[in-house]
Design a protein around this ligand. Structure first.
Ligand SMILES: [Cu+2]
Length: 592
């Protein structure tokens, strides 16, 4: 019998006490703009490891409330892994079983009686864990790896824990990935409160002599969405909507939908409600430290009032080559990334290196990499003369509902004694994701990401965020694919009159994909990603091979408030071809 994977680990009262204790604890402040990747990878070689025998976690991630002063006079109750924002940097390698225990010390949030269905944010105390970017077995539904199309999503309740034995394939590409919660209803609230962390796969790329010699900087970029707390007498900010209160960006107030009249009713006593991107106060963090602030602007609601804060600081010697790895862990900000004044040698995206570094020349005002929410960019910079400075910028963009003004994430100063370091000519071969030829394509599918305002299917939220005109359904599995098949998917964001009012980042679990074209522009072979930004009125074409794992999983928009309110779909990877039925393993009668 399979051991139980989810047990109470303390009573609910103890859970509340633990949360209170965590809230009182001094916040752990990370050193400014530096995250040192640890040398020792975690995990046991898969062959030596029975994943369920005596589960000894390599790491325990405890989810709890963290009280932190973000800047002088602004204290916020956030949500964090192990009391730090970002969460601890996990380092592991291909071919191991990484054992992670998730314990949930978040306070309970009872939302059973709220109006609306699963696409109305709910149960903010429930959580689960997604390792984003790893080619591992489906792990969002219960039990892990299930092929039951009706399987429920994993929800680790307050006071509960769950053990995850993540089997990482032998040929998993080395690079920067990450982890975050993925429990439908609470993903956005938890991630934009601080719950995200980096995950490094070490491997061949780290042994390329020019890369091994380079300093390795990990830059985790996150956002925090905040409101003045609704808690009586509170002198802090938080993001803890009461009932299913919705923050009305345009009215600058909080409403609750009245099913009797079909209209939202203003709640003068509430300051905080769920939002699809705009917050009363939002901070952008680099490795936990704020570099930018935005405040809701009632007179111009799609243009928050910007305040630059302190960017991260890096120094390089003249002639030095350094490795920068940037994770866009923001809940919804697309980052057109530029290193102002320096050429970028892009090693790869989303933890998948290219066959050689791709030179992205610096052109003033033009992005070198488009980083949708969840994308990672890894690149080398070679410093010029002493006295030069380079700014790592998020360039201004207007591809989203909110206008994004330019932000300086970090500055690089060139100083000290010169050295002469080199850019490598080639990079290790990628073994897991081979190019997919035309004749291998078994199926071509089209997915349209669109929005409808005001919402018809989701009137509580007030906006419908849909894939192929459907909101997310936990128990529906509209797309069924087969193991070892290759498919071509066209991800479409239509023109504005058909619901394409803004861009959306597409992300799929379990297998990475090869990017064939973006907005009609062919991409070089070997462009492997797990997330791709699709701008308004364009399509991106990707190809995927369902390589190793079967089970029920998801693809979705990685703008988390969109995902939370409907822009997600399940898909099922089946081991072999059989007539399509909704639950084959339950309904095909056994012979004899
Ligand atoms: Cu979206």
């Amino acid at each position: 019998m399979k051991p139980v994977s989810r047990r109470k680990f303390f009573s609910l009262a103890a859970g509340a006490a633990a949360a209170a204790a965590a809230a009182k604890a001094e916040p752990a402040l990370s050193p400014h703009a530096l995250l040192d990747p640890p040398d020792e990878p975690m995990g046991t070689p898969a062959a030596q490891n029975n994943e369920w025998d005596e589960f000894k976690p390599d790491i325990t991630l405890d989810c709890a409330v963290l009280t932190k002063e973000i800047e002088k006079g602004v204290t916020a109750k956030l949500r964090a892994y192990n009391g730090t924002i970002p969460g601890p940097l996990i380092t592991t390698r291909a071919g191991v079983t990484l054992k992670v225990r998730v314990t949930n010390s978040l306070p309970a949030n009872q939302s059973k009686d709220w109006a609306g269905d699963m696409d109305v944010p709910h149960d903010f105390g429930n959580t689960n864990l997604h390792l984003h970017g790893l080619d591992i077995a489906p792990h969002i539904f219960e039990p892990l790896g299930t092929m039951d199309p009706m399987a429920p999503m994993i929800a680790i309740g307050p006071g509960e824990y769950k053990d995850y034995p993540f089997v990482i394939p032998d040929d998993q590409s080395p690079g920067l990935n990450w982890y975050h919660p993925h429990s439908h209803g609470s993903t956005a609230v938890q991630a934009v409160s601080g719950m995200a962390g980096g995950l490094i796969i070490k491997g061949a790329i780290d042994e390329v002599p020019e890369i091994e010699a380079a300093k390795d900087y990990i830059l985790v970029v996150q956002d925090l969405g905040l409101f003045e707390s609704n808690d009586p007498g509170a002198k802090y900010y938080d993001y803890n909507p009461k009932q299913n209160a919705i923050w009305q960006t345009f009215g600058g107030n909080v409403t609750i939908y009245d099913p009797a009249t079909g209209k939202p009713v203003v709640q003068p006593h509430l300051t905080c409600g769920f939002t699809t991107g705009d917050y009363a106060l939002r901070y952008y963090l680099l490795n936990g430290e704020p570099f930018f602030k935005e405040e809701h602007n009632g007179s111009n609601p799609t243009s928050p009032t910007p305040t630059p804060m302190t960017p991260g600081k890096y120094t390089m010697r003249p002639g030095e080559v350094a490795r920068f790895r940037v994770l866009n862990a923001c809940s919804d900000l697309m980052i057109p990334l530029q290193v102002q004044g320096a050429d970028m040698w892009l090693l790869g995206m989303d933890g998948n290196n290219y066959d050689k570094p791709r030179l992205k020349e610096y052109v003033s005002g033009a992005p070198q990499v488009f980083m949708g929410p969840a994308n990672r960019a890894e690149f080398l910079i070679k410093a010029g003369k002493a006295g030069e400075t380079y700014n790592i910028l998020q360039l201004a963009q207007s591809q989203q509902f909110l206008q994004a003004v330019q932000k300086t994430i970090a500055t690089i100063t060139v100083e000290g004694d010169p050295v002469d370091m080199k850019i490598p000519k080639s990079l290790p071969p990628v073994t897991r994701d081979k190019p997919i030829e035309d004749h291998e394509i078994k199926e071509t599918r089209y997915f349209t990401f669109s929005g409808r305002f005001p919402g018809v299917d989701n009137p509580v939220v007030g906006i419908d965020f849909m894939i192929n005109n459907q909101l997310y359904q936990e128990l529906a599995t509209p797309t069924v694919v087969f193991l070892n098949d290759c498919e071509e998917w066209h991800i479409i964001v239509p023109e504005a009159i058909r619901g394409g009012t803004e861009g959306h980042p597409f992300h799929i679990h379990v297998n990475d994909f090869e990017v064939k074209s973006i907005a009609g522009i062919k991409q070089p072979p070997g462009t492997i990603q797990d997330t791709i930004w699709v701008a308004q009125n364009t399509a991106s074409v990707i190809r995927m091979r369902f390589k190793e794992w079967t089970g029920k999983s998801v693809f979705h928009c990685h703008i988390l408030p969109h995902e939370e309110t409907g822009m997600m779909q399940n898909f099922l990877i089946l081991p072999e071809k059989r007539p399509m039925m909704h639950a084959p393993e339950m309904r095909i009668p056994k012979k004899g």
